[in-house]
Design a protein around this ligand. Structure first.
Ligand code: 13P
Length: 256
């Protein structure tokens, strides 16, 4: 399957790092380093409290902004939650949903993620839906079953037209923050499976247009070989996105 018609996206998930001054400084460095010839999308996902100040720095540039999570309710008595309107007001066009740290540390279920997906789509926010298997799933040959269950649950009741807004990020849990990247072959084979499962759900045209990012120890030193895979349409980067020079290199990946 050719990735020719899919616009690549390089996204930085800053997780629970940086105070506002540091976040603004990093965003400014990345904006300054951005090649004017860049043809693909670049996105940053700072903490909620840093969205406004990062937005001030990146507005007017091609850098897009995402929240790292989002409430499924629109407003009201939901202490600690942040609403779709609030993240849009802070400059977000995208929201990372179902990240493995939300699933495994904060016990988010596919049912909860499905509600967030529906709200994001309704409110015009592009979900970056994260899915991924644990090490024991991979070692016991259950990767595809786990991913299929997540996809079925997260897209339940969502039409093809609604789903066409969604970007998927495949992030094997065993590769996140461990320095253990999936080999380009393993990542590619898994992306092919995800695309074929989505084709079963929504048809071939949908699957051909669907962007699937890879995440898990993406570095300046391995991004080129990952991005050379036909079904890898971008990267969702954690640790390496906190270093201006390294993330600049990831953003400007080279065609090999
Ligand atoms: P690392 O790049 O630090 O492995 O994190 C990946 C990730 O979880 C991005 O969402």
């Amino acid at each position: 399957m050719s990735s020719k018609n899919r616009i690549p996206m390089i996204a930085g998930n800053w997780k629970m790092n940086l105070v506002s001054g540091e976040a603004a400084e990093l965003a400014a460095a990345l904006r300054k380093n951005l090649s004017p010839d860049l043809k693909h999308e670049v996105l940053l996902a700072p903490s909620f409290t840093n969205l406004h100040c990062v937005h001030e720095v990146v507005k007017g540039s091609p850098i897009l902004l995402a929240s790292q999570d989002m409430a499924w309710e629109e407003k009201g008595a939901f202490t600690g939650a942040v609403s779709p309107a609030q993240i849009k007001d802070a400059g977000c066009t995208h929201s990372i949903l179902g990240h493995s740290e939300r699933r495994h540390i904060f016990m988010e279920t596919d049912e909860v993620i499905n509600k967030k997906m529906k709200t994001a789509i309704k409110d015009g926010i592009t979900p970056i839906l994260c899915i991924g298997e644990m090490l024991e799933d991979r070692e016991s040959g259950k990767t595809n079953d786990v991913l299929a269950t997540q996809l079925d649950g997260d897209f339940a009741g969502i039409t093809a037209e609604e789903a066409s807004r969604v970007i998927i990020a495949y992030e094997p849990v065993w590769a996140i923050g461990t320095g253990k990247t999936a080999t380009p072959d393993v990542a590619e084979a898994t992306h092919v499976f995800i695309r074929s499962h989505m084709e079963k759900m929504y048809g071939k045209n949908f699957a051909d247009a669907l962007r699937i990012l890879y995440g898990g120890s993406v570095k300046a030193t391995n991004v080129d070989e990952l991005m050379a895979q036909p079904d890898i349409d971008g990267a969702l980067v954690g640790g390496e996105s906190l270093k201006a020079d390294k993330f600049t290199r990831v953003i400007h990946f080279q065609k090999i």
